[in-house]
Design a protein around this ligand. Structure first.
Ligand SMILES: Nc1ncnc2c1ncn2[C@@H]1O[C@H](COP(=O)(O)OP(=O)(O)OP(=O)(O)O)[C@@H](O)[C@H]1O
Length: 231
């Protein structure tokens, strides 16, 4: 299977309040269509690593490649464009714009990208909302939806530009078990039907066990990488 993401010897340091190495020799290879869970105790460096592989943090040693493109050393504006085109983000808190409609929220990354005509953007946004089964709320302000529905809208927004990689930082962390299952099932469907790759930090053992691969970190290092129990 094709490799979509590769890191070589990533090291990262924080200098405040005192200097310490937060990531140590991270070598990670992720294949197309893989559903990967990044796990480990609080403070071991998961979010820092996710932030770095999502290209938001460029202050590190080592190299990062995605979709056969070397991203290390690229300028911020090039990285911003790359992110918008190739990566979808789903966070624990959805960060929707509450006063905008559901449809408008989903359209924003596509309008920024400028690849599609405005009419097409609207159609695509609606289509993504349909996959997430929240299309009936398209014209409502985002603030009027429940937490679980808002998270689904956030996923639709992450999918609008058909990213090859979807990155999540505890995407189910704020959801009840029903909505967590819905989000899991959507991720599973994205990998199986559309060959999209999921890389997500999770504290939920059941979520991790049902993904394809569990990468465990401890004290800034990857200490194991193995197929999930059930997949
Ligand atoms: N901007 C920063 N400056 C200094 N130290 C930081 C900074 N961000 C994170 N840290 C520290 O780096 C370490 C790793 O943090 P990180 O958020 O990556 O851990 P995590 O595994 O994602 O934890 P959690 O599961 O609690 O979210 C922690 O000790 C944290 O306190």
């Amino acid at each position: 299977m094709e490799t979509v993401l590769r890191t070589t010897n990533l090291n990262k340091y924080f200098y405040e309040p005192q200097p310490f190495q937060v990531l140590k020799d991270i070598n990670l290879e992720v294949r197309k269509g893989e559903f990967l869970s990044l796990v480990g105790k609080s403070g071991c460096g998961k979010s820092t690593l996710l932030y770095l592989i999502s290209t938001m943090d460029t202050d590190y040693e080592g190299t990062l490649e995605m979709n056969n493109t070397l991203l290390t050393g690229k300028k911020q504006n090039e990285l911003a464009r790359f992110r918008n085109e190739h990566i979808g983000f789903v966070f624990q808190f959805h960060f929707l714009l509450p006063e905008f409609t559901v449809l408008q929220n989903v359209m924003i990354p596509a309008l920024k990208l400028g690849r599609y005509k405005p009419q097409e953007v609207e159609e695509r946004a609606y289509e993504k909302l349909k996959i997430l089964d929240v299309h009936e709320h398209a014209t409502k302000p985002a603030s009027k939806l429940s937490g679980g529905q808002q998270q689904r809208v956030a996923i639709a927004r992450a999918l609008i530009n058909d990213p090859s990689i979807i990155m999540g930082d505890e995407p189910t962390g704020n959801l009840d078990s029903y909505n967590a299952q819905v989000v899991f099932d959507i991720f599973r469907q994205l990998t199986r039907e559309f060959g999209q790759t999921i890389i997500t930090v999770t504290h939920d053992p059941e979520f991790a066990a049902n993904s394809d691969r569990i990468v465990e970190m401890s004290d800034g290092r990857i200490i194991s990488s193995h197929p999930a129990l059930i997949s």
